[in-house]
Design a protein. Structure first.
Length: 390
C-alpha cells in the first residue's frame, strides 16, 4: 500500500511559529518554558482549549475527503501526564483513534520530543539543548513511554505504526543547521554539554525500542525509524533478520534544507534538485527497505520573495517587514502546483509520504512576516488549488 498522509503538527506538540498567539504574554520560544512563564491556571486553560479546537472530528473527515489515507500524529514524551508542569494528552490521542477508525484512516504515532531533547530544535521541546542521549535515565523513560503506547494501541484497527523518536540529530545536520546559534538556549547551564547524537547510540536505541514496540503490533503494523538526516547510513542495520517485514525508514526532505545545501532558489533549480537527489536516493534505499518521506512541504524561499536562510522565520530574527507579495494568485497557483507534482512524483520512488502540516494559525494576509508561509498549511493549499486531490 502506498501511504498518502499528513502530519497533525502543532496539536499535541506545540511549535511557536505555527501558532504564535499561544505564547502571548511570555518570551518563551518553546514548549519547555511556556508553562514556566504562565500561571498554572492560565497555562492549563490555554492548552486544553487549543487541543479541543485545533483538531476535531471534522478535520479527519476533510483529510479523508482530500484523498489521504494516513495521519502522522506527533506526541510529546509527557503524553501520559507524568512530567510536571506539562499536561498529558493521552485522552486526545484516544479520540484521534476513534475518529481515524470512523473515517478509515490509519495513524502513525510519532514520539516527537524527548526529555533534554534529541535535537535542540524548537520542535524538540527545548531550544538549544540536546542531551537526551547522554542521560541514561531519560533514555529509559522514553523506552517506557514507547512500551505503554504500543501496549495501548497495538492491534487497534487505526494503528499503522510507531516512530520511537523524531529527528534525532547527528553531526552532519547539527553542523549544517548550526543548532546552537539557530536555536539559542535560554539557560546556558542547562545547555552545557549539548551535542549531536551518534549513529552508534541510535543503532542501540532503535534495537531496544523495536523490542519494546514490536511485541504488541499486528502483522500490518510497523516500527518506523527516522534516518537522523543520514538516509544512506542504515542499510546494514535495517536489513538484519530481526527487522524483516516489520520496519520502515522515515526520511524528512524539505526544499528549505535543499537550499541550505546549495539548491538554486528557482523553479528549475528545485526541479533539478528533486530529480537528481531525492528521486535517486529514494529509489536506491527502497531497493532494500521500505522508505517514506515523513515530512515535506511545498514551502520554498522563491515563493516568499526572499532567501529564508533555510526556513527561518521572523521568530528566528529574520526581518520580513519589508517583504511584499510578488506573485499574482494565478502565478502562485502554477508555482506551487509545479512544486507539488515534482515532489509527489519523486515520493513514488518510495513507499509514501506525510505532508507537514495539516494546518497552522498564521495571518499571512495582514502580517508581512508570514508572506509565503501559508504553503505549510495543507488544508489551505488544497483549498486554493496548490495541491491536488491525491
Amino acid at each position: 500500500m502506498f501511504i498518502k498522509g499528513v502530519n497533525l503538527g502543532n496539536w499535541l506538540v506545540l511549535e511557536k511559529w505555527m501558532s504564535p498567539h499561544l505564547f502571548d504574554g511570555t518570551d518563551a520560544e518553546d514548549e519547555y518554558y511556556l508553562p514556566r512563564q504562565l500561571s498554572k491556571e492560565v497555562y492549563e486553560a490555554r492548552i486544553l482549549i487549543h487541543r479541543s479546537e485545533y483538531i476535531t472530528e471534522r478535520d479527519f473527515a476533510k483529510i479523508k475527503h482530500m484523498g489521504l489515507t494516513h495521519v502522522r500524529i506527533p506526541v510529546p514524551y509527557f503524553i501520559f501526564g507524568d512530567r510536571e508542569p506539562f499536561i498529558g494528552c493521552i485522552k486526545e490521542l484516544d479520540q484521534a483513534f476513534a475518529w481515524a477508525e470512523k473515517y478509515d484512516l490509519k495513524i502513525l504515532i510519532d514520539l516527537h520530543t524527548a526529555p533534554l531533547s534529541q535535537n535542540g530544535f524548537d520542535n524538540g521541546g527545548i531550544s538549544g539543548v540536546c542531551k537526551w542521549s547522554q542521560t541514561p535515565d531519560e533514555v529509559s523513560f522514553v523506552l517506557d513511554v514507547l512500551g505503554k503506547l504500543a501496549r495501548r494501541y497495538g492491534g487497534r484497527k487505526g494503528l499503522w505504526g510507531i516512530t520511537p523518536i523524531n529527528e534525532p540529530v547527528t553531526e552532519p545536520m547539527w553542523s549544517v543547521m548550526d543548532v546552537p546559534n539557530r536555536y539559542p538556549a535560554k539557560d546556558a547551564v542547562l545547555a552545557s554539554g549539548s551535542a549531536p547524537n551518534t549513529l552508534e547510540f541510535l543503532y542501540s536505541f532503535y534495537e531496544r525500542a523495536f523490542d519494546r514496540i514490536a511485541q504488541y503490533l499486528s502483522e500490518d503494523q510497523y516500527v518506523v525509524f527516522h534516518d537522523a538526516f543520514q538516509l544512506k547510513s542504515w542499510k546494514d542495520f535495517l536489513t538484519q533478520d530481526q527487522f524483516s517485514g516489520k520496519v520502515i525508514l522515515d526520511t524528512h526532505q524539505y526544499l528549505m534544507m535543499a537550499e541550505m545545501l546549495g539548491c538554486e532558489q528557482s523553479i528549475p533549480g528545485y526541479i533539478q534538485y528533486i530529480n537528481e537527489n531525492w528521486s535517486k536516493d529514494l529509489q536506491e534505499v527502497q531497493s532494500y527497505i521500505p522508505v517514506i518521506v515523513g515530512e515535506w512541504s511545498i514551502f520554498n524561499s522563491y515563493a516568499t520573495g526572499m532567501d529564508t536562510k533555510g526556513g527561518q522565520s521572523s521568530l528566528n530574527g529574520m526581518d520580513y517587514n519589508d517583504n511584499k507579495e510578488i506573485f499574482t494568485a494565478e502565478e502562485k497557483r502554477t508555482l506551487y502546483q509545479t512544486i507539488s507534482h515534482a515532489q509527489l512524483y519523486a515520493w513514488q520512488k518510495g513507499s509514501g509520504y506525510f505532508y507537514w502540516s495539516y494546518k497552522l494559525l498564521l495571518d499571512t494576509v495582514n502580517e508581512p512576516n508570514w508572506i509565503g508561509w501559508d504553503a505549510w498549511d495543507l488544508g489551505r493549499a488544497y483549498d486554493l488549488g496548490w495541491f491536488p486531490k491525491v
